[in-house]
Design a protein around this ligand. Structure first.
Ligand code: SF4
Length: 703
């Protein structure tokens, strides 16, 4: 946009990136967004980070898909196409919506009618609205006839969700991020909000300034560690050793809240028994933290007036991710640090709507509002609502779908707005699986690495091109409003889902997004009190909200937990090592994650001019001494290899990295780090181990 262009109108909406859910205003001229300003939303109070402020022009990028695409008859699929979008584009021809939808319908119907509903699967998106997530899972369950529906929650907090549902009966956060302002102690573990939730990090810094004591525990020294009262740089993969030792101290020194344990929990004796041998002296050599420091932070956390725990994917993305989260839940329960302002448990949600998409049922084991598909009562309720029989068996999760394709069990897929060819672990395996499908339809705004492997590509709408509700990490439902029209023949996602549903024989009659939301709130007790009109009027309402005069509940678990007996459950855990350990051939640990300027697989932010100019090239963060040992100068090219793949990229010296580890963000298609990661799964949350696998690194290669 010309820098001096005069805006014609302003549209109040939301940031499309992270789970903080900052409210913003687009300034628009014609069909072009000129700029973005922060609004006074409950999570941001006019603040925005660099992504929110500058990451909007991807919507106008010349590579936007504007016509449906159908694979040419003479263009066979192969996994290598995912890494060569120019070649992949030659494999498609443009088509009308009528022809593309007819192709999608006939191929999906054919597979369903000959092989059964479980031969199909769908991945929805945590970037889409609640209404899109709800209709997508309804389409899979009623149109495909199976529960094979999942999304990227499986890759971020599925283990946290498993532990929270088991321990507390609810997977959502207990307190909003803003409660750090009321906390006396904040324990931040396995999270890097300065990069991944920057506005949340700004509130944590404000809290520290006014006296909150911040404890940061992380194998990497992140920016927030500079603001920490105590920083625990524990060894990668040793979370349980550290947390069991903290609990040992709290028990041994009589710092538990006996009244809370007696009245609100079950299972404490087993927990006490489990942590009894885990003294700080015994665990210190395991986790690399001085025993005295473990004692100090355990006392701080247990004895403060109000202590809050926030965590991220450093906790969840391990084969013991559920165990890690179980320890955090036990810490809160044994000290009574939950159920009051400034206390509680907050797994920081990644995507802007991963909370809402999970709530809306984009998960293979549960219907909307976490009502289990194998519960006869829940199934009857949804069979009545949707007027059809439903599959009583939980479906396959993201990585399980890839294995089922290889085994010939899943033969057709519908992927809306996700990019598993970049985001799945052992991505070469995932790409081979996607290429092996009999039929793949991808709905997206760009020809992503996943779309390169499709049979049909449906051009969809970017965030500012549609209206819908989105639920942030604080359980706050907010309204994103349409600011511009989709380009060319691109269509709104809700319309596309409806058309695919029609092809599958479903007789849906929604007059618009508000009617979908209305059906949702009748299916989901947690949002029953949030009407579309109320959302339009207030812009943000926090659930649980049971009636229209219910103000909503930012802090939950105040009197009871939503379990059958109202009590929280302690689940003691043992130390389980990562699935793949460094050895003589692969002596380093690979840690993956995100970086400030880019979002997830980079499909949006790498097409945002300012953001891509700030971080244009893939980099590996390595401790300077590890680089020196290999004769690599900072800025030089390095090649990293695991047993599954190899990438070459630039080395960046970072003395916040632990020795013996390397960090790479997963947003760079030209150095797709998930080609290296391990697809070993946590047995409970089925989350892959993105935070730990064995690699080797040498200087040289072609970046
Ligand atoms: Fe967007 Fe998150 Fe940044 Fe807020 S903190 S502006 S929601 S990316």
């Amino acid at each position: 946009a010309a820098a001096d262009a005069v805006p014609e109108r302003e549209v109040d909406s939301l940031c499309p990136f992270c789970g903080v859910g900052c409210q913003l205003t687009y300034t628009v001229r014609g069909n072009e967004i000129l700029s973005v300003e922060g609004r006074d939303g409950p999570a941001n109070h006019k603040r925005l980070c660099v992504k929110g402020r500058f990451g909007f022009d991807y919507a106008h990028h010349p590579q936007r898909l504007t016509r449906p695409l159908i694979r040419r008859e003479d263009a066979p699929k192969d996994a290598a196409a995912a890494s060569d979008p120019d070649r992949a584009l030659q494999a498609f021809r443009e088509a009308s919506w009528e022809e593309a939808l007819e192709r999608v319908g006939s191929r999906l119907r054919g597979l369903r009618d000959t092989l059964g509903g479980r031969a199909l699967a769908g991945f929805g998106s945590a970037k889409g609205s609640n209404e899109e997530a709800y209709l997508f899972q309804k389409l899979v369950r009623t149109g495909f006839g199976s529960n094979n529906v999942d999304h990227c929650t499986r890759l971020c907090h599925a283990s946290s969700v498993a532990a929270l549902l088991e321990g507390l009966g609810s997977a959502a956060v207990s307190n909003p991020v803003m409660d750090v302002m009321q906390a006396e102690v904040v324990l931040l573990i396995g999270a890097n909000p300065a990069v991944n939730h920057p506005v949340a990090a700004s509130w944590i810094k404000n809290a520290v300034k006014q006296g909150t004591r911040l404890i940061v525990a992380d194998p990497r020294r992140s920016d927030l560690a500079r603001h920490a009262h105590r920083f625990l740089q524990f060894r990668p993969d040793t979370d349980v050793a550290l947390l069991n030792a903290m609990m040992h101290v709290i028990v041994a020194e009589g710092l538990v809240d006996e009244g809370f344990i007696a009245s609100r929990t079950i299972g404490y004796e087993a927990l006490r028994h489990k942590v009894a041998p885990c003294s700080p002296e015994l665990m210190a050599p395991v986790c690399g933290i001085d025993a005295g420091l473990i004692r100090e932070v355990a006392r701080l956390y247990a004895t403060s007036r109000a202590s809050m725990i926030l965590w991220g994917m450093g906790v969840s993305q391990h084969v013991h991710g559920t165990d890690n989260a179980r320890c955090l839940i036990s810490l809160a329960l044994m000290t009574g640090q939950i159920g009051r302002p400034g206390t509680g448990l907050h797994p920081l949600r990644g995507q802007n709507n991963v909370q809402g998409a999970s709530d809306a049922g984009l998960i293979p084991m549960v219907f909307p509002d976490y009502q289990r598909v194998d519960s006869a009562a829940a199934r009857e309720k949804f069979e009545r609502l949707w007027q059809t029989r439903l599959d009583p068996h939980p479906g396959l999760t993201v990585v399980e779908v890839m294995h089922a394709i290889k085994a010939g069990q899943v033969r057709g897929m519908y992927i809306m707005g996700e990019n598993p060819a970049m985001s799945d672990p052992d991505a070469s395996h995932a790409r081979e699986a996607l290429a092996a499908l009999d039929f793949l339809v991808v709905q997206d705004i760009f020809l992503t690495e996943t779309a390169c492997l499709a049979d049909v590509v449906l051009p969809a709408s970017a965030f500012p091109e549609k209206t819908g509700s989105f639920t942030n990490t604080d359980r706050t439902v907010q309204l994103g409003r349409q600011a511009i029209e989709p380009p060319g023949d691109a269509r709104q996602d809700l319309w596309i889902i409806g058309q695919v549903a029609r092809q599958l024989g479903l007789d849906w009659r929604y007059a618009g997004v508000s009617e979908v939301f209305e059906e949702m709130r009748h299916a989901m007790p947690s949002i029953a009190g949030i009407s579309w009109q109320r959302l339009q009027r207030q812009g943000a309402v926090t659930y649980p909200c049971h009636s229209e005069d219910d103000p909503g509940a930012p802090v939950v678990f105040t009197g009871r937990f939503p379990t059958a007996d109202g009590r929280g459950r302690f689940v003691p855990v043992d130390i389980i090592p990562a699935a793949e350990q460094p050895d003589a051939d692969y002596p380093l640990v690979l840690i993956t994650g995100r970086q400030l300027e880019h979002w997830h697989t980079g499909s949006m932010t790498r097409r945002s001019a300012v953001l891509d100019a700030l971080e244009p090239d893939p980099v590996a963060l390595v401790h300077p001494l590890d680089l020196a040992e290999r004769d690599v100068a900072p800025g030089g090219v390095v090649t990293i290899e695991s047993r599954r793949g190899r990438i070459s990229l630039y080395a960046r010296a970072d003395d916040g990295m632990p020795r013996g580890a390397v960090f790479v963000a997963f947003c760079y298609a030209e150095a797709a780090v998930n080609g290296l990661t391990n697809d070993a799964l946590d047995p409970f949350g089925k989350i892959p181990e993105f935070k730990y696998c064995a690699v080797r690194l040498r200087g040289g290669g072609q970046a």
